[in-house]
Design a protein around this ligand. Structure first.
Ligand code: ADP
Length: 647
């Protein structure tokens, strides 16, 4: 650059659009500086103008001194583009991007007299470079972005997968929650079942014999308190002794065996202990269920029933259990001895096997009485043995009831009375024989007395006439008695024959009363019996009426009225004999028709009799298809009734 005029130089510098500072080449002091220079360097004018250059730019001296010297001494221009200068601008250190030029200014001799320092802020250029850099970076970023987008897509896909996995997890979670809830329900259910098995403790153990659960109403009694035993070993909770006694069973159970054992506690209780292996879906034993149930009551009942069974078995009477359908359910040793069949042969069979063909209708009658709750006692009948012998048996049959009073079966006690029957038959034969033998002399005696009585009736000898009357009465009593014995022996021997004929009942009754009046102090009345005709054994009916009339006389005070009454009802006639005597107490009413039954009172013990009259009468009436019964009030009198079919 050639500046010839000093003023020109000033103007040029001051108006230049770039920063210029003119230095004196010899002193390096600033001679001219423009506004752009000051702005670019950030220095006040007085820091530069007329100042030694390196004082003003001490911070740049290290870098640029050589370049400036070159410009001064060698006349070379120094050009530094985009130099980053650390300039102290406005008192603050800051980097500045500048294009710095040291340009020598020569005089006409070519000598460097001045140096022009050009400062051109190159921030723009630098920015462009930065922009390029940024563009490059941007491009890089774009590719990175693309990659990122791809990665993002992958992420999105992965995300979707994750979302569905999440959904699955949520579902699984729900299932797990549900499973957990259902497990809790199952556990509660299990516990409440365990708690409601009466008299029990239910224990679940794992493979290591550690408790999974302990529950039951016997926990306290078996010394388990209400602690949580889950995960604990029996030896950890003071159950060592019990555990040692059961360990081998636990081992067997965990190897798949199902075991039931009975245990007796030191305190006397009996327990049944069931050990059940619990298997998983694969069939492996996972847990063990130990259930102890107190069976003391059952055991005691068993003992009682064993004792009872021993008593039943040692009985001499046959004791047979049967259903309401007559099917045999139990059969004791005596039944085996008596009937010849073993229990195996008879249990499950019906009782009809023992009943003779002509008595098969007995069983339904007995059953109907039992079903109405009645007991059948001392029912004498015949039964047939395995070898076909007929046995005389006395049966007592009672209903067996459950706790609710329902009849659930029948117990039958059969006593073999064949022997006593034979003895009775012998006795009967004897009575029959004696009565028969007595009857012949008594008949002649009776005839003699009757004749004597007739002859002496009007005799002056009052004693003889009275004696004959008494003898007649006593002979009649004796005849009645002997006839009674004879009849009973015939009856017992099954030899009592009923020989029916048609006769007028009224006439028979009149005859009996006429005879009785002769020897009795009672008064008699007979009503409604005229023209009543029956078809019956006259002698036997006569003995029935005689018996009822003589009882009325025996059991009522002298002089009292005895009235006989007949009443026809349908095809039957009902005859009643009424007295005003002592009557019969209700408790005796049901038995007075039994053989040899007599009412025992201080009053009756002075009245002679054998208790066979009413028994004979009832047997005779039954054989005529009639009925006999009594109505009586103690202290007021009795009325005996019998019915007979009309002819
Ligand atoms: P007995 O020979 O003892 O009279 P019965 O068989 O004729 O035998 O009578 C049985 C029992 O019935 C008697 O012992 C008596 O106690 C009672 N009896 C019978 N008839 C009457 C009656 N008319 N009044 C009161 N008791 C009677």
């Amino acid at each position: 650059m050639q500046i010839t005029n000093e003023d020109d130089l000033h103007n040029f510098v001051l108006n230049a659009p770039v920063g210029i500072c003119i230095l004196d080449a010899a002193t390096l002091t600033c001679e001219i500086v423009n506004h752009h220079f000051l702005e670019a360097t950030g220095k006040p004018k007085d820091a530069i103008y007329r100042k030694f250059y390196w004082d003003a730019f001490a911070e740049a001296r290290f870098n640029d001194e050589a370049a400036l010297n070159n410009a001064v001494k060698e006349g070379q221009t120094y050009y530094a583009n985009g130099t980053e200068l650390i300039l102290v601008r406005h008192g603050e250190k800051e980097p500045a991007l500048v294009t710095l030029i040291y340009s020598p200014v020569k005089n006409i001799d070519g000598k460097v007299t001045r140096v022009a320092v050009w400062v051109l802020e190159s921030t723009r250029q630098k920015l462009d470079e930065k922009t390029l850099e940024l563009q490059a970076l941007n491009e890089e970023m774009a590719t990175t972005n693309e990659e990122l987008a791809a990665t993002n897509e992958e992420f999105a896909a992965a995300n979707e997968e994750l979302a569905s996995a999440n959904e699955e997890l949520a579902a699984t979670n729900e299932e797990l929650t549900e499973t957990h809830a259902s497990l809790q329900r199952s556990e509660r259910l299990f516990r409440s079942i365990a708690l409601n098995i009466p008299n029990s403790v239910v224990i679940v153990i794992d493979k290591n014999h550690r408790y999974v659960m302990v529950e039951g109403d016997l926990m306290d009694k078996m010394e388990y308190n209400r602690d949580d035993y889950e995960g604990k070993h029996p030896t950890e909770i003071g159950q060592t002794e019990r555990y040692n006694a059961s360990k081998h069973l636990y081992d067997r159970m965990m190897s798949g065996e199902k075991i039931s054992v009975e245990r007796r506690a030191a305190t006397g209780e009996y327990y049944i202990v069931h050990l059940v292996p619990l298997k998983n879906d694969q069939g492996e034993v996972e847990l063990g269920l130990v259930m102890a149930i107190d069976i003391t009551v059952i055991k005691q009942a068993e003992e009682r029933s064993a004792k009872l069974a021993a008593i039943v078995d040692s009985s001499d009477d046959a004791i047979i259990g049967k259903t309401l359908e007559s099917v045999i359910t139990s059969w004791n040793a005596a039944a085996e001895r008596m009937f010849g069949y073993t229990a195996e042969e008879m249990i499950g069979e019906t009782i009809y096997k023992l009943i003779p063909a002509d008595r098969q209708d007995e069983e339904p009658l007995i059953l109907s009485r039992l079903k109405s709750g009645e007991r059948v006692e001392h029912f004498e009948t015949k039964r047939v043995t395995k070898d076909g012998r007929l046995l005389d048996v006395s049966l007592t049959i009672s209903p067996i009831k459950d706790a609710q009073d329902n009849i659930i079966g029948l117990s039958k006690i059969a006593r073999d009375i064949t022997e006593s029957k034979m003895n009775e038959a012998r006795k009967n034969d004897f009575i029959g024989m004696v009565s028969h033998e007595l009857k012949t002399p008594l008949t002649s005696l009776s005839a003699i007395i009757q004749v004597s009585h007739a002859k002496l009736k009007n005799s002056d000898d009052r004693f003889m006439s009275g004696a004959m009357e008494k003898a007649t009465r006593q002979v009649k009593r004796m005849t009645d008695m002997i006839n009674g014995f004879l009849n009973i022996s015939r009856l017992e021997a099954g030899k009592m024959l009923i020989e029916k004929q048609t006769f007028e009942l009224g006439r028979l009754l009149q005859e009996i009363l006429d005879e009785t009046r002769l020897i009795s102090t009672h008064t008699f009345s007979l009503e409604g019996c005229d023209h009543v005709t029956v078809n019956a054994d006259r002698d036997k009916i006569s003995s029935v009426v005689s018996n009822l009339v003589s009882n009325a006389i025996k059991y009522s005070p002298r002089g009292k009225l005895i009235s006989i009454h007949c009443q026809t009802r349908g095809r039957m006639v009902i005859v009643s004999v009424n007295d005003e005597g002592m009557g019969i107490k209700p408790q005796d009413l049901g038995q007075i028709f039994d053989r040899y039954y007599r009412v025992e009172t201080s009053h009756t013990k002075h009245i002679s009799g054998f208790g066979i009259g009413l028994y004979l009468s009832s047997e005779i009436i039954k054989r005529h298809n009639g009925e006999i019964w009594v109505e009586s009030e103690s202290g007021k009198g009795s009325t005996f009734y019998f019915s007979l079919p009309l002819a």
